[in-house]
Design a protein around this ligand. Structure first.
Ligand code: NAX
Length: 327
């Protein structure tokens, strides 16, 4: 018997990431090749983005995806999130010329207050939320703070692009396939301060540091390369990462719905790994039948602890900037 369709809400659906994401969701890459979906697409309620959204929907129609049962296009969050089991919050306000980071945090914070309230009001009882729109760790914290009905552990932000970048760079250096790189997890903020923990990573089952054999490269080249990869893509392409971000979001959701998968997700830290209580930080989780368990067993050396302290400080600073929005 055919499965019941799952409603997937996507914000910023007419943006660059949306354009790389929606077709993959509709093809079954995210929720499985036999899982029908209904796409509920949110864009800001003004003519340009709404018109662009219609164009994207026309192309989705033209793909004749067998799994795409319906599409709802809207400028109203309550319509977009209604009965949605997945809420993918991709849209956010970009940093404009001369705009301070604090202004960006506050402007986006307001969006995520409204969307958090709407999700809590109208989304499905099993709703899960994945935030991509930057600054994603702080945006998800703001949205989750609005939740009265949905548990806070359903609110996640994406650090999977950073994990994928980190695995790819290690594989390249070692001259192996990305499949040989395991146990590489991202701690902290989705920003250049993140810590891609090479100290526990493995290549072909052996410690990555042993296989690479060049600690200076790992500390002084590898970490900055992964941390600043987003800026390097903008420099090369003239536009920010879109297809790789969409691919990472597909991985994030697929692995959160596949029991046994071990991967990096930004979640409510609850003080784990030395992060401040209540900030959302990347760390490893293992997906279970009903959600995920946080993997807390990695012992950090002094170097790792110092890196985690830096990214934690940044998260705490962001929280301080938006503290009025958390009241
Ligand atoms: P675009 O500017 O191409 O698209 C964003 C879309 O969101 C626009 O169409 C805009 O109209 C819409 N939007 C803005 N406010 C909205 C709101 N309140 N409700 C609904 N829609 C709204 O950006 P794109 O390249 O798609 O990137 C989207 C976000 O992802 C940005 O914040 C970006 O910084 C972030 N990223 C996050 C990554 C991560 O790993 N967490 C990596 C990639 C990306 O940089």
């Amino acid at each position: 018997m055919a499965k019941k369709p799952i409603r997937v809400a996507v914000t910023g659906a007419a943006g660059n990431i949306g354009y790389a994401l929606l077709f993959r969701i509709a093809s079954g890459a995210m929720l499985g090749p036999d899982q029908p979906v209904i796409l509920q697409l949110l864009e800001i309620p003004v003519e340009g983005p709404q018109k662009a959204l219609k164009g994207v929907a026309m192309e989705l129609d033209d793909c004749a995806f067998p799994l795409l049962q319906d599409m709802i296009l809207t400028g109203d969050p309550d319509v977009a999130f209604k009965d949605a089991s997945w809420c993918l919050l991709v849209g956010s306000k970009p940093r404009g010329p001369g705009m301070e980071r604090a202004d960006l945090l506050k402007d986006n914070g307001k969006i995520f207050i409204a969307q958090g309230q709407s999700i809590d009001r109208v989304a499905a009882d099993d709703a899960r939320i994945a935030v991509v729109g930057n600054p994603c760790n702080t945006n998800v914290m703001i949205a989750a703070n609005q939740a009265k009905r949905l548990p806070k552990d359903r609110f996640t932000a994406m650090v999977r692009l950073d994990e994928n970048r980190g695995r790819a760079q290690l594989a390249k250096k070692a001259g192996v396939s990305v499949n040989d790189v395991t146990d590489l997890f991202i701690y902290g903020n989705h920003s250049p301060t993140m810590f891609a923990d090479f100290t526990h990573a493995k290549i072909g089952g052996k410690p990555a540091a042993e296989v690479i054999g060049d600690e200076a490269w790992l500390k002084n080249e590898y970490l900055p390369t992964v941390g600043k990869r987003g800026a390097a893509i903008i420099e090369a392409r003239g536009q920010s990462s879109a297809a790789s971000a969409a691919g990472a979001l597909i991985d994030h959701v697929r692995d959160l719905t596949t029991p046994g998968k071990v991967h990096s997700v930004a979640i409510n830290s609850e003080g784990r790994y030395g992060f401040a209580e209540g900030v959302w930080a990347g760390m490893p989780v293992r997906t279970t039948e009903s959600g995920y368990d946080v993997i807390e067993s990695y012992a950090m050396d002094d170097f790792a602890k110092s890196k985690i302290a830096i990214t934690n400080d940044e998260l705490v600073g962001e929280r301080e900037t938006v503290k009025d929005l958390l009241a």
